[in-house]
Design a protein around this ligand. Structure first.
Ligand SMILES: [Zn+2]
Length: 75
C-alpha cells in the first residue's frame, strides 16, 4: 500500500495540515471535538511524532530490504 499515511489518531483520523504547528492544532481540535480530550501542545506533538516515526521506520526498513534483495549478486 504505497503512499498511505498512518492515521494520527487511533480512530483513523488523519491530519491534513502540512506544517507542524498546523498539525498540532488539528490534533488538539480533533481530540477535543471527537473524543472530549484536552491535549496540551506537548501531548499533541507526541502523538504526531509517534505516528511519523512508525511510518518512516516501516518504509525505510522495507525499502532497504527490497533494494538489497533486488541487487542480489555481485556487480
Ligand atoms: Zn480520533
Amino acid at each position: 500500500m504505497p503512499d498511505h499515511k498512518t492515521p494520527a489518531c487511533d480512530c483513523g483520523y488523519e491530519v491534513s495540515a502540512t506544517d507542524e504547528a498546523g498539525r498540532v492544532e488539528e490534533i488538539r481540535a480533533h481530540a477535543r471535538e471527537a473524543h472530549g480530550i484536552a491535549f496540551s501542545v506537548e501531548e499533541a506533538l507526541l502523538v504526531l511524532l509517534r505516528s511519523e516515526l512508525d511510518v518512516s521506520r516501516d518504509s525505510s526498513e522495507s525499502g532497504i530490504r527490497q533494494r538489497r534483495m533486488s541487487q542480489g549478486g555481485t556487480p
